[in-house]
Design a binder for this molecule. Structure first.
Ligand code: E4P
Length: 221
């Protein structure tokens, strides 16, 4: 399973890249706003900066919601760097835009997916990635991981090549759940990746090894 980081924060992207396990980045308009990035030029420069840090796909979301403008925006974004994936919302014009981009060989990420029907439609339109938001489903007491299971089953039934990008991942249990089901990618905050490191027996075991080593060195000296 590929690990993407869901942020527009350059320091966090660099930290994840330096860890050696990062496969890509996803952003969205809220994440860009959180970093104070606005205005066409700043937005474009920020995507370019992300592409310089990461080895892998970088999702950049269109703001337009009508077909013509989604196409215009998406073509500008895709021309920035071959790593750019045009992120398009799951709305009627978005589905049409995904079909257009897929015919042009432009990578797409169909975002704001909350049902298996939406995921089926995204795959039919030729999306490179589909992003079901598992954390936001959990927030309304709907099991987000069950949606990943449903989509996996449907895509495998028909051999769809659209990659399941489990989004809105919040913690390490989500990451593991996605890996067990067979999601192709997960995207979440740096904390969800780093928390996979943690086990109390690792910490106590390491402390014991180092203490034993120090004692042995003391005896010898
Ligand atoms: C997906 O690409 C979105 O950027 C993201 O995962 C949304 O996550 P959130 O529900 O934590 O905002």
């Amino acid at each position: 399973m590929k690990f993407f980081i869901d942020t527009a924060n350059l320091a966090q992207i660099k930290e994840a890249q330096d860890l050696g396990v990062l496969d890509g980045v996803t952003t969205n308009p809220s994440l860009m706003a959180k970093e104070g990035i606005s205005g066409e030029e700043n937005v474009i420069n920020h995507y370019k900066a992300i592409c310089e840090i990461v080895d892998g796909d970088v999702s950049a979301e269109v703001i337009s919601t009508d077909y013509e403008n989604m196409i215009k925006e998406g073509e500008i974004l895709a021309a920035l760097n071959p790593k750019i994936v045009v992120k398009v919302p799951m709305i009627k014009d978005g589905v049409k835009a995904i079909k257009y981009f897929s015919q042009k060989g432009i990578k797409t990420n169909c975002t704001l997916v909350f049902s298996a029907g939406q995921a089926l439609l995204a795959a039919k339109a030729g999306a490179t990635y589909v992003s079901p938001f598992i954390g936001r489903l959990d927030d309304i007491s709907v099991d987000g991981l069950s949606l990943i299971e449903e989509i996996r089953l449907i895509y495998d039934n028909y051999g769809f090549t659209t990659q399941i990008l489990a989004a809105s991942v919040r913690h390490s249990a989500h990451v593991l759940g996605c890996a067990k089901i067979g999601a192709d990618v997960m995207t979440g905050p740096l904390s969800a990746i780093v928390s996979l490191l943690k086990h109390p027996l690792t910490d106590s075991g390491l402390a014991q090894f180092l203490a034993d080593h120090a004692k042995a060195a003391e005896k010898q000296g």
